[in-house]
Design a protein around this ligand. Structure first.
Ligand code: PLP
Length: 397
């Protein structure tokens, strides 16, 4: 991660195909295309990659989450359970539909604690959304069971975990609907883009129509297409899809590089007293996009981050202290800072954020350090980096 580090002639060729015929839109203009349908081709490649029946490309990972939820009928006043450790996109995508994000604690997998999920279920709960953060996963069997038992839609945000798997199934393909991002910093990038993955044909048809103004995509006269229901524009362009097409074909190579770099650093840090790692559920294979490790306490984690910064170890973060991925500093959500009025139902539904503490999540995120694994590092560079990281941590302990 990120795929842009290794852009090559493969991406250029796909983009040039699109520019040569000039059709930047994924639908229609059949005569002008000279046979190029990059979005359709990418959907087919992704369906194979994820061993899933259906893939709908959209304009971003955030759009993918909204489209996935809408496709399963999640909307006004419905509660969607999600983790405290994620990206702001998770609650944005829920709130865009007028639904209510219900944030619950994570466990040592760094995503949803099944016990916290179960405790948060109410008659209004419609869906549970796991976020496979930083290349790894939660306890999918336990979460699937909870969703089955309570008749809830299970959504899997695998935006940060493309290439990982659980019990042989690709992450993003396990729940009822999976979501991916191909934004600029993801393992597979197309600049901006995303995908909804599902084996449920009805959800897929809903996603197909909803992401293109409700068009039914029947026939080849766009003006004559009917609109079975309301939709919006979350389309991907052919240019973006072209880049993604070249990148997805390189995914196995990218994952192999991530795994090599990750393993070198992890093996080195495993020898440092006081350093521990997140739990990867039995049967889980990470995507190796990030290495997450724990220090004994927040003070230790802060010192490590400071030492890394001063000594040129980049792309490592303690999310407890920055505004990026953790509930603690999302005051705009807690205070409902919105450009437009928010429904009284959602306002009321989010009142819990004024008082609720997330002690178990704090316990993990305060001590956690998350390091991006780059694709462009050479093996020698990674070895040097790993040794330096270990030395710096030892000096603090
Ligand atoms: C876990 C997660 N979900 C969703 C998104 C949103 O993806 P996008 O930037 O493509 O909208 C991101 C982006 O970083 C993410 O990390």
């Amino acid at each position: 991660m990120p795929g842009f580090e290794l852009f090559s002639d493969l991406e250029r060729k796909e983009v040039n195909d699109v520019l040569d015929n000039g059709v930047l839109m994924r639908y229609g203009f059949d005569g002008m295309r000279k046979g190029h349908w990059k979005a359709k081709e990418l959907e087919a490649e992704l369906a194979t990659t994820f061993n899933s029946n259906h893939v709908q490309l959209v304009s971003s990972g955030t759009a993918a989450v909204s489209v996935a939820l809408a496709s399963a009928g999640v909307g006004a006043g419905d509660e969607v359970i999600m983790p405290t450790f994620t990206f702001v996109a998770s609650f944005e995508a829920i709130m865009m539909l007028g639904a209510i994000p219900v944030l619950v604690d994570i466990d040592d997998t760094l995503t949803l604690d099944p016990k916290a999920v179960e405790a948060a279920i109410t008659p209004k709960t419609k869906a549970v959304m796991i976020v496979q953060m930083c290349g790894s996963m939660g306890n999918m069997d336990a979460l699937s069971k909870i969703c089955n038992d309570h008749n809830l839609v299970f959504v899997e945000d695998a935006c940060q975990a493309i290439g990982g798997s659980y019990k042989g199934k690709p992450l993003g393909s396990i729940a009822d609907l999976g979501c991916f991002s191909f934004d600029f910093v993801k393992t597979i990038t197309c600049g901006e883009g995303g995908a909804v993955v599902t084996n449920n044909k009805d959800y897929y048809i809903n996603a197909d129509h909803f992401s293109d103004h409700g068009h039914d995509h029947v026939g080849n006269d766009r003006g004559a297409e009917t609109h079975p229901f309301l939709g919006y524009n979350f389309r991907i362009s052919e240019l973006h899809a072209a880049v993604g097409l070249a990148q997805v074909r390189r995914l196995p190579d990218f994952i192999a590089i991530q795994k090599r770099n990750f393993t070198i650093i992890k093996n080195e840090l495993a020898r440092v007293p006081g350093v521990t790692f997140r739990t990867v559920p039995v049967g889980g294979e990470e995507s190796y996009a990030f290495l997450n490790f724990f220090m004994p306490d927040l003070d230790g984690a802060q010192k490590v981050i400071e030492a890394f910064k001063i000594n040129g170890i980049d792309v490592c973060w303690n999310y407890y202290q920055n505004n990026w991925h953790y509930i603690r500093k999302w005051n705009h959500l807690k205070d409902l800072k919105s450009l437009y009025p928010i429904s009284s139902e959602v306002k009321k539904g989010l009142e819990y954020l004024q008082t609720k503490s997330f002690d178990q999540s704090d316990h993990y995120i305060s001590r956690n350090i998350s390091c991006l694994i780059k694709l462009s590092w050479t093996e020698d560079e990674v070895k040097l980096r790993a040794e330096k990281m270990a030395q710096l941590i030892k000096a603090i302990n």
